[in-house]
Ligand binder design. Structure first.
Ligand code: P6P
Length: 326
């Protein structure tokens, strides 16, 4: 890992500029795209923190393309990120959990496409539990100057050039990677700035925390049930927030494993490959962690459709390997 030359406390903007200097031919487009994501995160953070004061919480009645009842904040977060990514000019197309079809930004000259879950865990909004945004960035493979195509989004996990999340929790943090390590930034709302707070995050090799919905235990594959029994025998801590970004962030910093296994009802699990599993797997590997679908490296699971589901086992490498062998 290269020695981080920047001290804790530098702004996100300074960090992005420093990161870019290593690429003399960089056009600054990815840097601008990262700034656009940070801008949308600041706006969504303000809406999340106001939820309950202004009547924007509670189901909006409309259901999203997944058939899930849509919280108004889901819709607001989706709109804010779509607007920021479109107006920023660096994104040619977007796949969002909230929309069945690919969204064309009209920026056909732009080099990048984004897959995003604008607000994951939104069923937790009304009970004041942490929620998060997860994003994944690819360089498009279709010709500049033309509208994006489906294949731009189905390049597979190892083609990602950047990925990250925003956790709207006791504090709001932005954690991302561009393939050169993982850095975390904490938001200071009074200044409207993200500041470097977690430089070059490395996740522990092993852990003693497991995150799984044990209510589904009888439906899990035998090997998973065996592994969960072993976690109990070893007195591991069971921590399950029901909000992926919250569980993931804690395990990233403290060590642990998050499991979303397949069940009879959901043979591919519940989580989405493009904008939940792939970005967190890329980021976690960059921090020294591992991610699997139970049989293979998660990043190498082929992408066939934009809302494809995938089982997810992600966290400390020793724990993920044990699940794969279970
Ligand atoms: P279950 C939230 O809906 C989510 O997508 C993740 O954030 C969370 O970890 C998971 O689903 C919870 O799912 O089936 O355990 O309620």
């Amino acid at each position: 890992d290269e020695k981080l030359a920047l001290p804790v406390g530098v702004t996100l903007d300074r960090f992005i500029k420093w990161n870019q200097q290593d690429f003399p031919f960089a056009t600054g487009e990815l840097s601008q795209l990262l700034r656009d994501i940070a801008l949308a995160a600041k706006i969504v953070n303000r809406e999340v923190n106001r939820a309950g004061l202004v009547d924007i919480t509670g189901a909006s009645g409309a259901a999203n393309c997944q058939g899930e009842s849509q919280q108004k904040l889901d819709v607001i977060a989706h709109i804010r990120f779509m607007r920021a990514l479109t107006n920023g000019g660096e994104v040619a197309g977007i796949v969002s959990e909230e929309e069945e079809e690919i969204l064309y930004t009209g920026n056909d000259q732009a080099r990048y496409v984004v897959a995003i879950d604008p607000l994951d865990g939104s069923s937790n909004i009304d009970v004041n539990v942490s929620i998060g945004t997860i994003f994944s960035i690819y360089r498009r493979i279709s010709p500049l100057g033309t509208p994006v195509v489906l294949d731009d989004f189905l390049q597979g996990g190892t083609a990602q050039i950047a990925a990250g999340y925003v956790l709207y929790g006791t504090s709001t943090v932005l954690v991302y990677t561009t393939g050169r390590g993982v850095n975390g930034f904490t938001y200071e709302a009074s200044l409207g700035e993200f500041f470097l707070s977690h430089p070059m995050i490395r996740t522990p090799e092993d852990g003693a925390i497991y995150s799984v919905n044990e209510g589904n235990l009888p439906a899990f594959p035998g090997g998973i049930r065996t592994y969960i029994d072993r976690c109990r025998e070893r007195n591991y801590a069971a921590r399950y927030i029901g909000s992926l970004v919250g569980d993931f962030h804690r395990n990233l910093l403290k060590g642990g494993i998050y499991l979303y296994p397949p069940t009879a009802k959901a043979p591919q699990g519940k989580l989405r490959l493009l904008y939940e599993c792939y970005p967190l797997a890329f980021l976690n590997e960059q921090a020294g962690g591992a991610a699997s679908n139970g049989f293979q490296r998660l990043l190498e699971v082929p992408a066939q459709s934009v809302h494809q589901r995938c089982p997810l086992y992600i966290g400390s490498p020793r724990m993920v390997r044990e699940v794969e062998e279970a």
